[in-house]
Design a protein around this ligand. Structure first.
Ligand code: OGA
Ligand code: NI
Length: 356
């Protein structure tokens, strides 16, 4: 029955956390991470990158801030991103409305197939998790080249879902392309304009996955998590969180809560960018804590190269002094990995490292 998700469970009425969601002591939100002495839970103000400034006369300066944010945090908040508040609020509205639909309506999109274009589900990896997470989600594949065809399979209710979500997808993709160009530039090594153009073309035809997450109010939030510690697989994730806190990142041996900043996106580095940058920009562990008072919704778009491409360190960044640190990796290898075991922390990326 837990496969039906936490929203369903809550709608039936609940004042105690079912056993299925109770984490062992060492994995609970307040548990020390690795070293008992270092861990204090605090909040963090992430570096802020002004997207509009990145495309103005100050580009050089903003690129330096971007480099620093990528190296020191792996996370930043993006302001002045140019996506209108209408587009964002309609995306928020249809997301909330989707989770308010009757269970039977949401359940139409349930699938245990990891390749499904539309997948409604619960927990982190519901086929593998021993303890379940306090989270339901809707995942939509939205690769640009077949978006029109994919759209026909997206949820037809709530009214306006397809319109709002497809606009949001297109606008976040454009934002990603601007960001990834800046990030590649910040890594250095681009000598000719054609090199950048070629690379950007690959990203334009790349993959995009949208995940709408729903974390209902939880009767005993200190015993469970909305999402366990994980890193994201792609190049970059653009996260739209609401004003309810919940996202925590692992920074300097501590779990710190990211303070929501109005009108911004939280952007983080994924495993593929860590590989591409040959380890210079690292993906960062993050998790989600839940709360007893307010339901929280977030929308993550995960961007990478196309599903049939091979991810490897960018040859420009590899030389005798800086040997290649990661093996070639493709989506097949990734999917095989995550479907065959309980996903944990950054284990997948660890398995792709070259040990000299
Ligand atoms: C994710 C994620 C964080 C959040 O979807 O991968 O980390 O706050 N989401 O929902
Ligand atoms: Ni994530």
């Amino acid at each position: 029955m837990y496969q039906k998700g936490v929203k369903h469970l809550c709608d039936k009425g609940l004042n105690k956390l079912p056993l299925k969601y109770i984490l062992p002591d060492s994995e609970r939100p307040a548990a020390p991470y690795q070293s008992a002495n270092l861990d204090v839970l605090g909040t963090i103000e992430l570096p802020v990158i002004d997207f509009a400034e990145l495309f103005g006369p100050n580009r050089h300066h903003v690129l330096l801030s971007l480099t620093k944010a990528c190296e020191q945090y792996g996370f930043f908040q993006l302001t002045n991103h140019g996506i209108s508040s209408d587009v964002i609020s309609s995306m928020r509205d249809v997301s909330s409305q989707f989770f308010e639909l009757p269970y039977e309506e949401r359940a139409k999109y349930m699938s245990s197939n990891m390749h499904a274009t539309v997948r409604y589900g619960t927990s982190f990896n519901q086929n593998k998790d021993n303890v379940f997470c306090w989270r339901d989600f809707l995942k939509l594949t939205c690769n640009p080249n077949d978006l029109q065809q994919l759209l026909s399979r997206w949820p037809s209710s709530p009214v306006g879902f397809k319109d709002s979500a497809s606009t949001y997808v297109e606008e976040t993709r454009a934002l990603f392309l601007g960001l990834v160009e800046a990030i590649v530039e910040s890594l250095g090594g681009v000598e000719k304009e054609e090199e950048m153009e070629e690379l950007l073309k690959e990203f334009e035809d790349g993959s995009q996955l949208m995940v709408v997450n729903c974390y209902p109010q939880c009767p005993e939030p200190e015993l469970t998590l909305g999402m366990p510690p994980h890193s994201d697989y792609g190049f970059l994730t653009l996260l739209l969180q609401d004003q309810v806190e919940g996202l925590q990142i692992h920074h300097q041996q501590q779990w710190v809560t990211v303070q929501p900043l109005p009108n911004s996106f939280v952007v983080n580095i994924g495993d593929h960018l860590e590989i591409f940058s040959n380890g210079r920009y690292k993906s960062v562990l993050h998790r989600v804590v839940v709360n007893a008072k307010k339901l929280r919704i977030s929308v993550a778009t995960l961007h990478s190269l196309s599903f049939d491409s091979t991810i490897k360190p960018w040859p420009k960044l590899v030389n005798e002094d800086n040997p290649r640190r990661y093996k070639d990796t493709d989506f097949g290898i990734f999917l095989e990995y995550i479907t065959s075991r309980e996903p944990k922390r950054k284990n997948f990326l660890e398995s792709r490292k070259i040990i000299y």
